[in-house]
Design a binder for this molecule. Structure first.
Ligand code: HT7
Ligand code: ZN
Length: 885
């Protein structure tokens, strides 16, 4: 229960060479016999063996077949009288555990009468006593024994080497993993499952069996996941020369899971949300998430499994790199440059709306953290998404080929080992001798050690007579907890200059290394418009006093699609901030200016732009993103202003929305390809705006006539041939607060009452709906009383509680503080059930110090109420203690 520091790393005192595990699976009392071969680590001073354990019942310990003395100290099993010298010895440990009581979903647990495991980061110690740390890599043999009728499928890592019948209707299966692995990659699954199979031959000519296991009845929803898996195998071979190293690769889906998925060697376990999809039950977003999560877990087979982390501080070594790889995979599959850009914008949006606030709040930490109380709290957007940006900058600096060379060298050097972020960066540098990256490596590595989002300020100067244009770029980084002062970063900045008519004058990549640098562009005829940070080439906040005219030029003409989109976002942010500054003005009086409206109209009407891109440009910046631009935040005001701007866009572009709907609403037979997804997204957005316009009484069917759009939305909701169109139509009714929302919601529930993932959407839509006079909190409380609600199921808890507390700021931050009271009660209710989920929820108030009074005091009180509970988990304690610091 104390803080762990990166600087305290010590190699293990023992190595475990082999592990032979035998499970007698029983939900109430599973017996685990663990036979290990160990030896002392000769590089470390002799010391007792301390094995991690948690919630285990210990029955027997044998050393080389003999009973031995032992003690339990702080949960660890301590053995002092072990054979001396370098000789390997055998240790047998017999324990039991109770999977059915395991509500934390870490270790071995039961879900829908099947057994599953989750061992990352420290779940294996809940299965048996072990050196549960990633730098101890062992060879595993696993025997599973269970009742055959109840658990016909018995799976573990590697290859099935034996199986057969036992007495009393039981059976067994024995699995051998040909690769050494850390304990966090161990997995077993047992239950009534069916699978989709696919045999493939790799480029290298090897045969493999791919399997996707689900509950009977879900098999028809596995085709997309299987296709994504086959695409992943092919992509990693083609892009990085990395082949599948196993004869059999399995994915198993479970509906009780703390996160998205887990990359256990050869036996990935997935949240059903990232496996199951049919056009009737899953949206385009679901299809796309499945593709990237399947890719992500598969890519871990090399980046994480073959080369793993020395300690958990190095988590971004595998996570940042693997997110980068899954982002590249999705971009490569998207194909066209414009579809790639759409994916890039979506990724940056996640970074800016989730990671930037984290980096500015009490949980801010470097990509490679220096300390933690509970490692589960560090599976963060900083480690994942910012970590991916750090890897992306490496690729930008050494080029795609240079990066591929670096990856090859990384595997040559470290295959089969547990290493550090430094080892990865060094491999990229060493594979590119003489490169700027190699020279800048020590400074570049500040991205791993310094927390906080750097700010880059751009100041321009144009000298008309000489035609010289000067661009001064300065960087700074605000203090973060424990890091007052920051040294300059290495910041690759994609640059372009546009003439006033929008034509491109020049473009280049500049690498900013100093606190301030001035670039000079001679011979420029007329003051240009700078396009800075193209492609979002670094995870920084760019500050530049763009004029509206410049932003309109960039929006209309920039050849860089990212900055084109960004110009539209800046135009919207500037307007939102101006409206928020006018405190006295009721949101209903807000009027958007014609130049902005016309700019949005020309995007919406643009003859050649992709629908997906149009949808991104027309989407206003998120409330959390707007809040981050303010010193002090009134979330209800932010919500009101954003809603008023959306209402204006709805009314002023009504004919254009109608045209967008009509030209995009029929996408033919369902295919989740980028073009059709973009068209469905824009049609859905248009429908929402048309329903919003109807609310204002601006009738599209002509003055005095009842508006047709809510009725059309209801019809589309009923007739839709796929979930994307159906859910978009339902959302349009809910978001616009139309009276048809209630019957539509009722019908939706009746249609999908047996589809848990669809019910999650139903719950989330209602908990995330725009607040009208404080109606959402009572609705959320009612949803929690719904017979389909179950707080123990993380997906369901997220769909109701998180959708309200973390994703609906306008409804959550109530002046009467009832939202905060609800939040504190739920954190305290969840903590004894599932501390990981509770701690994620606890983070909903991370940014409380930015709130206006009286919200700030009320939020602090709510956090203090949680912190006052004496027996909090480490997970929640760490979050609330940091928040109050
Ligand atoms: N590497 C996996 C992390 C994960 C996890 C961590 C803690 C608790 C439960 C968990 N489930 C999965 C997921 C990934 O990044 O691929
Ligand atoms: Zn991962």
């Amino acid at each position: 229960n104390s803080v762990i520091y990166r600087a305290d790393y010590q190699a293990p005192a023992y190595w475990i060479d082999t592990v032979d595990l035998c499970f007698d699976l029983d939900p109430a009392k599973t017996r685990v016999l663990n036979k290990m071969k160990l030896r002392r680590n000769a590089d470390v001073a002799p010391q007792p063996l301390r094995l991690d354990g948690e919630e285990l019942n210990l029955s027997r310990v044998l050393v080389n077949g003999q009973g031995t003395s032992f003690k339990i100290d702080g949960g660890q099993l301590v053995l002092e009288n072990l054979p001396e010298g370098d000789q390997p010895f055998e240790l047998e440990i017999f324990t039991t555990c109770a999977p059915v009581k395991n509500t934390k979903l870490m270790g071995l647990y039961v879900s829908n009468d099947s057994f599953f495991t989750q061992c990352e980061a420290e779940g294996f110690r809940r299965i048996t006593y072990f050196l549960d740390r990633p730098d101890v890599m062992a060879s595993y043999t696993v025997t599973l024994r269970a009742d055959k009728a109840r658990y016909p499928v018995l799976l573990s890592n590697g290859n099935l080497v034996d199986q057969g019948k036992l007495d009393d209707g039981r059976h067994f299966a024995r699995w051998v993993d040909p690769f050494r692995k850390p304990s966090y990659l161990f997995a077993l699954v047992a239950g009534q499952l069916v699978c989709r199979e696919q045999r493939i031959t790799s480029r290298a000519g090897k045969e493999h069996l791919l399997q996707v296991y689900v509950r009977p009845g879900d098999l028809d929803k596995t085709e997309h996941a299987m296709n994504a898996l086959m695409d992943s195998v092919a992509w990693d071979e083609a892009r990085f020369g990395l082949s599948l190293d196993l004869e059999r690769f399995m994915i198993v889906a479970t509906s009780d899971f703390n996160m998205g998925a887990m990359e256990n060697k050869g036996l990935n376990i997935f949240n059903t949300k990232y496996v199951l999809a049919s056009q009737a039950t899953a949206t385009d977003t679901d299809f796309s998430n499945i593709e990237s999560v399947v890719g992500h877990e598969y890519f871990h087979n090399w980046t994480g499994n073959r080369v793993t982390c020395r300690d958990w501080f190095q988590l971004s070594l595998k996570e940042g790199l693997t997110v980068f790889r899954d982002q590249e995979f999705s971009q490569d599959l998207a194909g066209e440059a414009s579809a790639r850009a759409v994916k890039r914008i979506e990724d940056v949006r996640v970074l800016r709306t989730a990671q930037f606030p984290e980096d500015a709040g009490p949980m801010a930490h470097p990509v490679r953290p220096d300390q933690y109380l509970e490692i589960n709290n560090f599976y963060t957007v900083t480690v994942y998404e910012k970590g991916a940006e750090v890897v992306r900058m490496m690729q930008t600096l050494v080029g795609r080929e240079g990066f591929a060379r670096g990856m090859t060298l990384y595997f040559e050097r470290h295959d089969g080992h547990a290493v550090t972020c430094d080892d990865f960066a060094q491999a990229i540098a060493d594979a590119n001798p003489g490169s700027q990256f190699e020279q800048l490596l020590p400074q570049f590595k500040r991205w791993y050690s310094q927390a906080g989002t750097p700010r880059v300020t751009a100041v321009t100067q144009y000298d008309e007579p000489t035609g010289e244009y000067r661009l001064t770029l300065s960087q700074s980084c605000p203090p973060t907890p424990g890091q007052e002062h920051k040294e300059p970063f290495v910041i690759p900045i994609g640059l372009g200059l546009l003439a006033a008519d929008g034509s491109e004058l020049t473009s280049r990549m500049h690498v900013l290394t100093q606190a301030s640098e001035t670039l000079t562009f001679p011979g420029i005829d007329g003051e240009p418009v700078p396009s800075i940070l193209r492609g979002f080439s670094a995870p920084v906040i760019l500050e530049h006093a763009y004029t509206d005219a410049q932003l309109l030029t960039l929006l209309a003409h920039d050849t860089d699609p990212f900055n084109r989109w960004e110009a539209g976002q800046r135009l919207a942010v500037n307007r939102a901030l101006a409206f928020m500054g006018q405190q006295a003005m009721p949101a209903s009086d807000i009027r958007l200016d014609q130049p902005y409206i016309e700019a949005m109209r020309s995007i919406l009407r643009h003859p050649t732009l992709d629908s997906a891109f149009k949808e991104l440009v027309l989407t206003l910046p998120a409330e959390t993103y707007l809040g981050e631009q303010l010193q002090e935040v009134d979330p209800q005001r932010v919500h009101a202003v954003r809603e008023a701007m959306r209402q204006q866009l709805a009314q002023q572009l009504q004919a254009d929305w109608q045209c967008a709907f009509e030209t995009n609403s029929d996408t033919g037979g369902y295919v989740p390809d980028p073009v059709s997804c973009g068209r469905r997204a824009l049609a859905g957005m248009a429908l929402t705006h048309l329903c919003l316009a109807a609310r204002s009484g601006a009738h599209s069917a002509g003055p005095g006539q009842p508006d047709v759009w809510p009725g059309k939305a209801y019809q589309r909701f009923k007739d839709a041939a796929n979930m994307t169109d159906r859910f978009n139509a339902l959302s349009a009714l809910v978001i616009s607060g139309n009276e048809l929302a209630a019957p539509a919601l009722q019908k939706f529930h009746a249609l999908f009452k047996d589809e848990p993932l669809v019910l999650d959407k139903w719950f989330a839509l209602q908990a995330g709906q725009p607040d009208r006079g404080g109606n959402v909190l009572p609705a959320v409380k009612q949803l929690m009383n719904h017979p389909d609600f179950n707080i123990r199921n993380p997906n369901r808890a997220r769909s109701v509680i998180f959708s309200y507390c973390s994703a609906n700021p306008g409804a959550f931050h109530r002046p009467d503080a009832a939202g905060y009271v609800f939040w504190s009660e739920r954190v305290l209710e969840l903590d004894p059930i599932n501390p990981q989920v509770a701690a994620r929820l606890a983070r909903a108030l991370d940014r409380w110090k930015k709130l206006v009074e009286p919200l700030r005091s009320a939020a602090r009180e709510a956090i203090a109420r949680v912190a006052a509970k004496p027996d909090l988990s480490n997970d929640v304690r760490e979050v609330v203690t940091r928040a109050l610091a």
